[in-house]
Design a protein around this ligand. Structure first.
Ligand code: PEP
Ligand code: MN
Length: 317
């Protein structure tokens, strides 16, 4: 794992001291910033303490002002970051309507998959590049940033052309060649937790991207598989806070894929945000009943507005 500090940051000394006294192997590289490369596994030894010393610092290796500015919206957020949009990009009309709706509610980020990892090969697989073109076009019109999923290395260049944040889905969290390749892009990466991944495995997956050179990572807890059949997954709020402490990265919640049903998406989102998650990503659709993917969990526009109202009521937004 790589940690970077301003050269004059007093936390750097405390951080290195902790490594030394606990016998953790590391390298210290002093250039414009001080970079500490921790070698091997520290979670069991001092992971939590390191996270505390490092808290609030950012790890940025990507260069362009645009990408840094997008990442700062998460890393230096004033209020939780709300991301909303359909599971899949389906048509111009659908995205136009979602984009204008979000803008009218002051939302800054739109989501929408063009390459869809579907459990069944017979399900809608997404519109591909034409879908990305559509979401980028209406996002520009409504001054929104785009988040969309990459499923394969061959799609990275296309994603980078149209999206502001590149999403790695739950099914790909263990795809190490994809993660390594995302280390060399100039875009923040939204790394979802694998549906059966431990926190440690999730953070190790992030490390693959960091080692590739890209430290602009946003983690997303989207629910894990448990024995409970009445929800699609179980939202693991503890993991949000462990991941934040241990990594220092911003961590958001995806209550939609956790719940799998629209009736409890809002309380899950509120719980995650009230506990200190850095944001929430919620699936919405102009007509949820007609959605081509994940229709049971999509909020209608009215439901989403009530969600924002609830956040305002409790001072979270
Ligand atoms: C999605 O965000 O639409 C998605 C496929 O999510 P996950 O990878 O969490 O299942
Ligand atoms: Mn979905």
């Amino acid at each position: 794992m790589i940690y970077s500090f301003e050269k004059t940051d007093p936390a750097k000394g405390r951080f290195v001291e902790l490594l030394k006294t606990n016998g953790v192997d590391y390298e210290l590289i002093d250039h414009d910033r001080s970079v500490v490369r921790v070698l091997g596994d520290v979670a069991s030894k001092v992971g939590e303490k390191l996270g505390e010393v490092y808290e609030g610092r950012r790890r940025i290796t990507i260069k362009s002002a645009g990408a840094t500015e997008v990442y700062d919206e998460f890393a230096h957020r004033k209020a939780p970051v709300i991301i909303a949009g359909p599971c899949s990009v389906e048509s111009e009309e659908q995205i136009r309507s979602v984009a204008h709706f979000l803008k009218s509610n002051g939302i800054r980020f739109i989501r929408g998959g063009a390459y869809k990892p579907r459990t069944s090969p017979e399900s809608f697989q997404g519109m591909g590049e034409p879908g990305l073109r559509i979401i980028a076009k209406y996002a520009r019109e409504a001054d929104l940033r785009v988040i969309s999923e990459v499923m394969d290395r061959s799609q990275i260049d296309t994603l980078c052309e149209y999206a502001d944040v590149v999403q790695v889905g739950s099914r790909n969290m263990f795809n190490y060649t994809l993660l390594t390749a995302l280390g060399s892009i100039d875009k923040p990466v939204l790394l979802k937790r694998g549906m059966a991944a431990t926190v440690e495995e999730w953070l190790k997956a992030a490390e693959y991207i960091v080692r590739g050179g890209n430290s602009s990572i946003i983690l997303c807890e989207r629910g894990i598989r448990t024995f409970e059949p009445s929800t699609r997954n179980t939202l693991d709020i503890a993991a949000i806070h462990l991941a934040k402490r241990l990594s220092g990265f911003p961590v958001i919640a995806d209550p939609s894929h956790a719940a799998g049903r629209s009736d409890i998406v809002v309380p899950l989102a509120v719980a995650a945000l009230a506990s200190g998650a850095d944001g929430a990503m919620v699936e919405i659709h102009p007509q949820p009943d007609t959605a081509l993917s994940d229709r049971n969990q999509a909020l209608s526009f009215d439901e989403f507005e009530r969600f924002l109202g609830r956040l305002r009521e409790i001072g979270l937004y």
